[in-house]
Unconditional design. Sequence first.
Length: 504
Amino acid sequence: MDDPVKRPSINPLSRVDRTALTDRLGMRNGLSDRQFTAVSAVLGLALAAGAVLAAGPWDSGQRKAEQDWAAARAGTGGVHHEPGAPSGPAPAPSAPAVLAALGTGTDHGDNSAPDAAVAPDGAAAGLSAVLGPLLKNPALGTRHSAVVIDTATGKRLYGLGADAPMTPASTVKIATTVAALTALGPAHRIPTTVGASADLRTVTLVGGGDPTLDRAALRALAADTARALKDGGVRSVRLRYDTSGYSGPALHPIGPNENIAPVSALMIDEGRLDDTSSGPAPRSEDPARDAADAFGELLDEAGIDTGDVPEPGRAAAKSRPVAKHLSAPLSALVERALTNSDNDIAEALARQTAIATGEPADFSGGRRAVTAQLKKLGLPLKGVVIADGSGLNRKDKVTAALLAGLLARAADQDHAELRPVLTGLPVAGFSGTLSGRYTTKSGGTGLIRAKTGTLTGVNSLSGTVVDPHGRLLAFAFLASGTTAPSEAQSALDSLATALAAGRR
């Protein structure tokens, strides 16, 4: 985690600055203030002086990357936000019709025509005329589906193969994060603790499942532990580490892989063996042991002799708590998981959901727990299979109706706890997994927030966009049988850009 640094202040946009910004983003001239405000909310670029004083990469739901970007462009900020103000899109009006609208689609196996249940009004007909030809792009493979929902009304504006279960790849993280927030709430923090035996001679580092635990946090735990031991007159201990919070196989079904570490209740820096914080990286084969070794070294530095190498083992039932570290709030973990498509955090969130609902903290328990939370929201789950939390498992099956429905639910003012799902979506041409896309004058740069998904032969995109009429639209586009990933991504980007352009 970067140290906090002072950022230069940013002034609110003047009307002239706003016009220049919208022109650069490929938007039509003459946006009303209401439209511009809505777009600014989706961009996530509205930062004031207080907001750019970053307290950490994921502090208070405001991504540090966006803070850095805004600070580097002093004078090009947007709507003024005071420190501590909620970030991300403003809640959409309550959409009681969402559930009814989502469950009415009819799947067309050949994806040849829009779902019959979509009302044939002007907006829907216009979207059909625009999206229909784009969905015929051969780059989208042999099978594809699409759904667009007006989040304010819950009305499905477009649907093609809406209820057809398809492999979602990483867009399944939308389901994982919604389930975790539903079960645990955005303020939940994952604990890592240290317990000592009654005589203080045995110390146990207990993992709670926080994959973002880092060396700085471990050092703080060691300092607190050493202080408690010295106060008790102890300077030599036996060190153990406890990973019993998780059960089942540690390896993801894809096996050893640079995209994900063995899933453990105890690890530091996601088991990464380099200095990266996202993307593929060499991974530890035993992240819990590595974390315990590091903790032992830090205890030694703090004046506590740990003797031999740490041993695995459960903390005693009546162990005395001597130190505790809490992760960032779940809202921040959700944002990080979505922005960077972080597989380690996603799998941890699935297990945290399992623990919260009384399921075993393994892949199977996570699957049942996530599915149960989605059922609570009343969303369509026919044919849906949640095999893991990250989307790396090809057994995952999700419908476009479910993904778009989850995003519509996150925009509902009655579900403010789900708002981090929207604020965590990457910004087109700017952040996370969309930073390298929408970089040409396509008209979608900065206007689209979406979760990407990529496996061999599978490409997906699901997110939100504010159209020129000020409507917040939720969309999901799924494609399988693709043969050229970059061409498939461009085809998906064209679909989302068409929504941003509002062509009718």
